[in-house]
Every structure is written in structure tokens, then in C-alpha cells.
Write a protein of this length. Structure first.
Length: 472
């Protein structure tokens, strides 16, 4: 077994016994051979210590259990984008994107086309078994006409589209230098597959460019065939549709790699036309009265309520005070009339999880948001809601402080309903003492530095939010 494989596969039986030395793949599955040839290529080229394998969702995801290289798991279809990130951040690395057909040719089609057209030297191994393997045998972009799947029990009909010929599509782009389709159904084809995979990796070692190998592979489980019968099916049914051979071989001289990125603070500040000047600080310490180390907030409302902007301002205010802060937006299909929300974390040292499932503070701009997130507020937390649009708040957990503020009415009285989110920031400041008022006002002024005429109105909105809570 190649030294590129782990000595023991901890995923199986804790690495003990025979199972600790065998993959999980079904008998006759093509992934096993594709793994073998890729591992041998890495070993023979002597690049194990600088190889990064990117594997997404699907059967291909298990690669990181077996390969003793740098490993990254990507979201479904996004492996090429992650691979580009690795290559540009560390141009000397050898980056291999290992993907299946349901992943690469469906949800990831835009990513693979973009990556290929860029032509950055990365290697893509594309395993095409004409079916969604892991998720239950559904129709894949590469499923054949007439092929029965879990979602086409009577066979793929023409109106569902023709099988996608990915290798030909990639070869038609200007970016790639090498594209080949291979198979695994007999020894002759396996030798060709091994050579093609090694060549695709070697071209990256030589900085030649983007290389893509499509591997026609067997999936006996979802074909309902024995391994031998599945090999025959690939030979007799797949290859007439997906012709084997080199689709493009336009290898030129080595390409210039992207420049190694700089992480020097002064260079970064200059590049983004920012300033190294520290923002003024007003807090005497972390808001430990809310949490000793990490304060979670959630701001929620319908589209146009300004929850996302308010969340960004809170995060900026926290960063100005020298703390780590994150803002994660979630728009969703209900952003108009339902609820979209933003999660904010402010940590004394480092935010370990950006989600706020049980926030210390909830700001709700509409009734659906209050109903959805109010019951999840942490014990002894605070809820601020817009009493202009919520007549009666629902019953919330005991100990949670509930404060109604007429955010919309105050903003309307000021002449601009859109500043109700700034009214909410003033109310939040007064109700929680998260930071001194000047901390949040400074963040607001920073955000409006290109629209200075709006600063007085927003300061006024903030002040009225403070007064509404203090009972002025």
C-alpha cells in the first residue's frame, strides 16, 4: 500500500483489525482504484508533504480518512473554489480537487467552469459513475438516457436532459492545458487511468496549468449489478456516450504562479486604502455582566428593517474596542414579510462559533421574529421588540427581560422610517449597557463618513432609542 495512505484507517473499528486497513467503499466501487492511482502518483512524484486534497460532499468526501496529506473538506460542489483558495494562498502547494459527478456536474458546475477557465495550476480528478451514490441513487447529470434511478424509476427520459459530457465541456475552455477521460473496467484501461492521473498531478508540479481527468467508474450498489457486471455496464453502456481518450493536451511552458500573498499589516492597510489609526475606545472592560467571555446577540426582522446593518454596526463597535466579533447574516426565502436575521458574537479573546441559537440579547423588528426567536433567548437575557408593530408579545421564558420600544413610530416622527434600526441600537445600549453609548455612536459615524449629512439624524435616532428605555 502506498505510503500516502494512513497506516491505519481510524474511521473503521478505531483502526483495529482488518477493518483498520480497508476502505469503506462497496465491493467493485471505482473510488478505491481512483484513490490508489492518486496516492501512487503523489508518492512517485515525492510531493506528499506539500499536497492538499480537497474533497466535498458525497462518496468522495471520505478521501480524507485515507490520505496522509493536507486535507480540506469543502461544501457540496465548492471544492474547486476551495482549491483555488489553497493554491493562491500557498502557490508552492500541490492542490487536488477530488469530486464525484453529483457534486461537480450539478451543484458545483459553475465552480468547476470558473476554476478551469482561470487556468490556475490545480488538478481535478472527476469520478463519474452516472449516479448519485451516497444519497440513495438519484438521477445525476451524467445518468444515461433510459437509466433507471431512484428518481427516474422508469428510466431517464430525453425531456430530463441529455447526459452532461463534462470532459468535452472543460476541454472547450481556454484555461485548461490537459483533459482526458479514462475508465477502470479492465487492466488496459486501469493502466491508462493511472498514467492520466499521474500526468495531471505532474503538470501541476511543473506549474503547467489546470489539468482535469474524468474517470468512468463502477457503482455496483446502485446499478444493482455484481462488480463484474458493473464493469461490463461501464464498457458497453457508458463509453458509447462518454468516449474515452485525451480531449485536450495543450501543455506549454511553465506558468507564472500567483504571487505569495502578504500578511504584513502595513501592506494590507495600504492595499485596501484603509488606515492604521486605532479607533477611539470608550469601554473600561468587557461586558462581563452579560457573559464572562462571549456575548451572543440576534437581530431579526423583515427585509428593509435594517437588522443586518444594525448587526454590522455592533460588530464594528466591538472591534473598535479591541474585541473579536463576528456577524453572520441569514436572509432566507422569508426576507420579505417573514423573518431574516443576523447573529452577532462579541468575544473577549476569540469567537469560537458565530451562530447565536440562544442569544443573550434579541432585537425583534416584527412579530414573526419575536415568535420564532424569543423562546430561545438565554436565561436572564433581554428582548427588545418594536411595539409599533407588535401589539402584544408572546409568553417568553421566565427571567427574560422584555422591553417594548416603538421603533418605527419614533423613526417616523423623525422623518425617516429607515433609521428605526439606529433607534434600536440606542435602546439596546440603554437596556444592556453592552458598551458605552459613544462606542456605538462612533461606529455609526464611521459607517456614514461618506454621507456626513445623515449623521445628525442618526445621532438623534440613537438618542431617542436611549430615552425610550430610560423612560425620559
Amino acid at each position: 500500500m502506498s505510503a500516502v495512505f494512513y497506516e491505519r484507517f481510524e474511521r473503521h473499528a478505531h483502526g483495529e483489525g482488518l477493518k483498520g486497513h480497508s476502505t469503506h467503499y462497496c465491493a467493485g466501487c471505482g473510488h478505491g482504484l481512483a484513490h490508489k492511482y492518486l496516492a501512487e502518483a503523489i508518492d512517485e512524484l515525492g510531493i506528499q508533504d506539500r499536497t492538499v486534497a480537497v474533497s466535498p460532499v458525497g462518496c468522495s468526501v471520505f478521501l480524507y480518512y485515507y490520505f496522509d496529506v493536507g486535507n480540506t473538506q469543502a461544501a457540496h460542489g465548492r471544492a474547486p473554489a476551495v482549491a483555488i483558495g489553497h493554491k493562491t494562498a500557498n502557490p508552492g502547494s500541490i492542490v487536488i480537487s477530488y469530486q464525484g459527478d453529483g457534486d461537480l456536474a450539478s451543484i458545483g458546475l459553475a465552480e468547476i467552469i470558473s476554476a478551469a477557465q482561470m487556468g490556475i495550476p490545480i488538478t481535478v480528478v472527476f469520478v463519474n459513475n452516472a449516479i448519485y451514490g451516497m444519497t440513495g441513487g438519484q438521477l445525476a447529470p451524467t445518468s444515461l438516457i433510459g437509466q433507471k434511478t431512484a428518481t427516474t424509476p422508469f428510466g431517464r427520459a430525453p425531456f430530463l436532459g441529455q447526459p452532461l459530457k463534462v470532459a468535452e465541456m472543460i476541454a472547450g475552455l481556454d484555461g485548461p492545458v490537459y483533459v482526458e477521460r479514462v475508465a477502470l473496467y479492465d487492466n488496459k484501461q486501469r493502466v491508462r487511468a493511472k498514467k492520466a492521473i499521474k500526468k495531471a498531478v505532474q503538470l501541476q508540479v511543473e506549474n503547467r496549468g489546470f489539468a482535469f481527468v474524468e474517470v468512468l467508474a463502477e457503482c455496483p450498489t446502485h446499478l444493482g449489478l455484481t462488480p463484474i457486471e458493473a464493469e461490463g455496464w461501464v464498457r458497453d453502456q457508458m463509453t458509447p456516450v462518454f468516449s474515452l481518450g485525451v480531449k485536450k493536451d495543450d501543455v506549454g511552458p511553465p506558468r507564472e504562479l500567483p504571487a505569495v500573498p502578504s500578511f504584513d499589516e502595513d501592506e494590507i492597510v495600504h492595499a485596501i486604502e484603509a488606515t492604521s489609526e486605532r479607533a477611539p475606545r470608550f469601554a473600561s472592560g468587557f461586558p462581563v455582566h452579560l457573559d464572562p467571555a462571549d456575548v451572543a446577540l440576534k437581530l431579526a426582522g423583515s427585509g428593509g428593517d435594517g437588522a443586518q446593518t444594525a448587526a454590522l454596526l455592533i460588530a464594528r463597535a466591538a472591534i473598535n474596542e479591541g474585541y473579536d466579533a463576528t456577524h453572520i447574516p441569514s436572509y432566507g426565502p422569508e426576507s420579505r414579510g417573514g423573518t431574516s436575521y443576523a447573529d452577532v458574537h462579541i468575544a473577549r479573546e476569540e469567537v469560537l462559533s458565530p451562530a447565536s441559537p440562544h442569544p443573550h440579547v434579541l432585537v425583534a423588528f416584527n412579530a414573526p421574529s419575536l415568535a420564532k426567536f424569543g423562546p430561545e433567548v438565554a436565561a436572564c437575557g433581554t428582548v427588545i421588540y418594536d411595539s409599533s408593530v407588535i401589539a402584544e408579545p408572546p409568553q417568553l421564558p421566565a427571567g427574560v427581560r422584555v422591553i417594548g420600544v416603538p421603533l418605527t413610530r419614533i423613526a417616523a416622527d423623525l422623518g425617516r422610517v429607515v433609521v428605526k434600526n439606529v433607534v434600536a441600537l440606542g435602546a439596546l445600549s440603554a437596556a444592556t449597557s453592552l458598551f458605552p453609548e459613544e462606542t456605538l455612536l462612533t461606529a455609526i459615524r464611521q459607517a456614514l463618513q461618506s454621507k456626513c449629512a445623515l449623521i445628525p439624524l442618526n445621532e438623534q435616532a440613537f438618542a431617542w432609542g436611549v430615552k425610550s428605555v430610560k423612560g425620559f
